[in-house]
Write a protein that binds this ligand. Structure first.
Ligand code: ZN
Length: 217
């Protein structure tokens, strides 16, 4: 939603839902863990009031333990923290589950996948960043594909494996082939004239990268 038209947020949510979106992904930036600010709790609440679809809140913030409950209360169904932002993600992942949300763990492009390996059992989702977080509209980093392949092997066939950053018509199929089964698109979808057509193009490309059972080819 970082690429949404915030002057018409309700309309954007409605149009995306009609186009077929299954989840709203909300990037929270604190100007500290990442060199940018995005939006905070009032916007999450506003989106919560506009849709019944799940809200996937991606916390690109330092010391995320301070804000788990407040974002859960604001309407997050899934809370993702960064492995680089905490010393030990385990108690936070457990706290997210205690709050009744699904728990995600994210890693930046330079972070080795071994950093998340000890916590796979505690996560519902692994989010592999394919750009350095902080700004929308960056080019996809090809190094992410090899990481997705290795993460898929490590996490087994069922785990939600999402990819965030530069996912578009050119890259989405390769992401699916590499093992992603959850695709976050920003500027590849938002801001274009016809969300439904674009959504269908992206979905078709993602499906063409799998074997028909949602597994990578
Ligand atoms: Zn994100």
């Amino acid at each position: 939603m970082l690429a949404a038209d915030f002057a018409h947020l309700g309309r954007e949510v409605e149009a995306l839902e009609e186009a077929g979106a299954e989840v709203f992904h909300l990037d929270i930036m604190d100007g500290h863990f990442v060199p940018n600010l995005s939006f905070g709790i009032p916007v999450v609440k506003a989106i919560r009031r506009s849709t019944e679809l799940p809200l996937d809140v991606h916390l690109m913030i330092a010391r995320p333990e301070r804000y788990l409950e407040v974002f859960r209360d604001a309407g997050a169904d899934l809370l993702t923290i960064h492995v680089e932002a905490v010393e030990n993600p385990r108690p936070l992942l457990r706290e997210i589950h205690r709050l009744g949300a699904a728990a995600g763990l994210s890693l930046n492009p330079p972070t080795p996948i071994e950093a998340v390996q000890p916590y796979l059992e505690e996560c519902d989702l692994i989010l592999s960043m394919s750009v350095m977080p902080g700004f929308g509209g960056q080019d996809f980093q090809a190094v992410a594909l090899e990481k997705l392949r290795r993460l898929r092997k490590m996490a087994g066939p069922k785990k939600l494996l999402s990819v965030d950053g530069g996912v578009n018509l050119k890259t989405i199929r390769s992401c699916a082939e590499a093992g992603a089964n959850y695709f976050i698109t920003g500027t590849a979808l938002l801001g274009i004239a016809d969300y439904r057509t674009r959504f269908e193009q992206l979905l078709h490309l993602a499906k063409s990268g799998t074997n028909g059972q949602g597994q990578p080819r």
